[in-house]
Design a protein around this ligand. Sequence first.
Ligand code: SF4
Length: 486
Amino acid sequence: MNYCLQGHDRDNGVQEMLISLLPDEPHDRVSELPEDAEGCRSLAWEEDGRILSRAEIRMGERRTQAQFESVVPRSADGEERKRILTYTVKTAVYRALLPLLDHKPVWGSLTGVKPAKPARLAIREGMSREGLDAWLRDHYDVSESRRRLCIRSAEYAMETEDGLLPRETQLYLGIPFCPAKCSYCSFVSNDMARWGHMIEPYTRALLQEIEAAGALLRENRIPLGSVYMGGGTPTTLNEDQLERVLSAVDRHFDRTVCREFTVEAGRPETITGEKLDIMTAHGVSRISINPQTMNDAVLRGVGRNHTAADIENCYRMARQKGGFLINMDLIAGLPGDDDAGLLESVRRVAALEPDNITIHCLARKRGARLYFGPTGQLPPETLDACYTHLEGLGYEPYYLYRQKYMAGGLENVGFCKPGTASHYNICMMEELSDVIALGSGGVSKLCSENGRRIHRIANPKYPKEYIERIDSIVQEKRRPPDGREA
Ligand code: SF4
């Protein structure tokens, strides 16, 4: 939808709202919108200590408009005024669009990718649970089920935050290789048929970075709270490479206070008994075995070369080895899947009794082979039925995030059996502590002001560049980041 702004500059706010409510179509800003053209005109002005905004929308033959206003406190500084203007403009667009939609968005006008974060900050500032519930309902029109998800995730985050050690940091290791690329994936995952020859030089470069990052943390007495090895598919490393990487983590990091060590085993065809033994020997405490769906035809359709039975066999092998918490990922909205198929996948996975189950909603991403129109493919009621099933089995939602262009404008939710919530996932998602990320595509995050300010330091995106630049990356890792006490 084309849109134009009059009297304000909150371009991002208007675009975010349009993407959230109409994810199927492109949204372009134009300088003017003729009276009879389709599109959205967003106006704002100030009057008597208030900011007012009106949105006028034409879609086909239908026209709507809505006006919204906010009081600006006398004490508001420039940043606060901008925040109020953005909220006012977005709310007017939301209210004007609502009558034109064929469904009521479960997240209302809330558009951020981390809905539990403002909820947590509001509780920290003294808001009661009831007050927060009313705030999410009245200010953002969030549905009852999503308010509950949001508040529960905020509670998990606060519990985790209260237990953090001073300066605690989490460690991420990225292995950007996969057996073959899934059609919906935009991640820089390099399929082994084409890029397998790079795994060994990549491993050697990663070992250097592990050594440098370990020295940085040790010398500065920074406690390590968790380790997460993700990708890609880390178990594309062969047994020898996996052994070397995990040994390097043992050697260079003090894990005395480390609460969790996760390896995303991902695809069953990459998991062997020997690799599981290596992980056990090095203290890996949590693995992820990801079916995405338990429907074989859907798996084939998205380019995954395994079956649901492979997943079940792999899961049983991991359980027999013992000692791991196991997470399993599912994706709602895969092409060829339907509501009944999703529910069946959830039931089948839950019957295995993994400790954690994460349900993602398919998100359209630049760089993925698969292009789809998400709206309407995934009714929220289907997800609600999945959530209800899991909660009936004793799983609790513990972390939550959203992405742009998500199927149905929904969310990704991690569920856990009591006492098995992933420390890393909560810290990372809620930006509770620093994360040092190693490997190509790794983005280290330094958090300050209770997660309100995030400083990001990115490694090169592609393995080739990472390998070529490893000496300078290591040099960089040897000194504490600018402006921070070591
Ligand atoms: S296994 Fe995961 S990272 Fe690899 S291509 Fe598939 S979705 Fe992407």
